[in-house]
Design a protein. Structure first.
Length: 353
């Protein structure tokens, strides 16, 4: 049984920052995430893409932001249960909770903070009969490490930002990039569409529209795709490739959390935003993109704000007999659970003659 003060479900940026805010209050945290590494969407979907709306960072790569958050919370020594999904919850007589993962790992805490982003993700897959046969054998639904495709031939399908952006990025990595889309028009940013057309004219990207991939060929590994142009079987043709990457987006799902008795609205957890982002079950909070309330904005910086207020409320629930007086880190510094200290500078007083 893993015991902690606050059990955080979701290791995305909001969940990670909650560890820092809890640490300032001397509260220990443990994080559960179904992904094998911290970072949530930032690490899983677009680690190499820049983010422009994080205060103090005119531009920061998503993966670098995760690294910075992990460094920020290092001294507070959070525990991690990674690669396991929070499955069931049991409320004990004393008001605390036991959360069990799909692997059977049990966690006990008086406070639960659900920071699961948009929930668990499942890729939207094209309707290709033998698609399953080539999953992890040449068919990839997301790009985690672009170097995997170094000097390889790649076919990307899709018409949104993800398909456009990765086609542009891989044009300097892969030996050959082919972008296939069902329409002549794209849904992505205009500048990305223009850049793809520029790379096409330069011979760095093959652009095939209107068309779609309708079949796959190979033995141990994918080696060909069948492309149908103009929705006409008479115009089917083969194209040799090492990888097929259909980028049609992801379907978010709350997963087992949806069965915990929480109030759900449009696949998000309703919370009270007038105070502390608590759900309809006392002791369970929802912060970040997973929650909803009037005026909700799904931004990382909003999740940071919600995490801060959640931790203040959690402290009062865990220590109702104590009165917490907030101290700015510029005054009190930061003291980690590992004994490390970042001291605030002492004020210098000068006499005036």
């Amino acid at each position: 049984m893993i015991k902690t003060d606050i059990l955080i479900i979701g290791a995305g940026p909001t969940g990670l920052f909650a560890v820092f805010e809890a640490g300032l209050l001397k509260l220990k945290c443990h994080i559960i995430d179904a992904l094998p590494q911290p970072g949530g969407q930032l690490a899983e979907l677009y680690p190499k893409k820049p983010i422009y709306d994080i205060p103090g960072f005119p531009e920061v790569l998503a993966g670098d932001l995760v690294d910075n958050l992990m460094e920020q919370i290092k001294s507070f020594q959070p525990g991690f249960t990674l690669g396991e999904k929070a499955e069931t919850i049991e409320k004990l007589d004393d008001g605390s909770f036991i959360v069990t993962t799909d692997a059977g790992t049990q966690h006990h805490a008086p406070i639960i903070a659900i920071a699961g982003g948009l929930g668990s993700f499942e890729p939207r897959k094209p309707k290709i009969d033998n698609l399953f046969n080539f999953e992890n054998k040449g068919v990839e639904y997301m790009i985690k490490d672009p170097e995997k495709f170094r000097d390889q031939s790649v076919v990307i399908a899709g018409g949104g930002d993800s398909a456009l952006d990765w086609s542009i990025f891989l044009a300097d990595v892969a030996s050959e990039v082919t972008l296939v889309h069902r329409r002549n028009e794209f849904r992505g940013a205009l500048e990305s569409v223009d850049r793809v057309k520029e790379l096409k004219d330069m011979g760095k990207i093959k652009l095939i529209t209107p068309a779609e991939v309708v079949n796959l060929k190979g033995e141990e590994h994918l080696n060909k795709v069948i492309i149908r142009k103009n929705n006409n079987p008479q115009e089917d043709f083969e194209l040799a490739t090492d990888y097929f990457i259909p980028l049609f987006g992801l379907s978010p799902k709350l997963g087992p959390i949806a069965n915990w008795g929480l109030e759900i609205e449009k696949n998000a957890i309703k919370v009270d935003n007038t105070l502390d982002y608590q759900t309809n079950i006392p002791g369970i909070y929802a912060i970040g993109d997973v929650n909803t309330y009037p005026g909700k904005l799904k931004l990382i910086l909003c999740g940071f704000h919600e995490a801060t207020l959640m931790c203040q409320s959690a402290f009062q629930k865990i220590h109702p007999e104590k009165r917490y007086v907030m101290k700015y880190t510029t005054v009190g510094g930061v003291t980690g659970f590992d004994g490390t200290k970042k001291e605030a500078p002492k004020a210098v007083v000068k006499s005036i003659d």
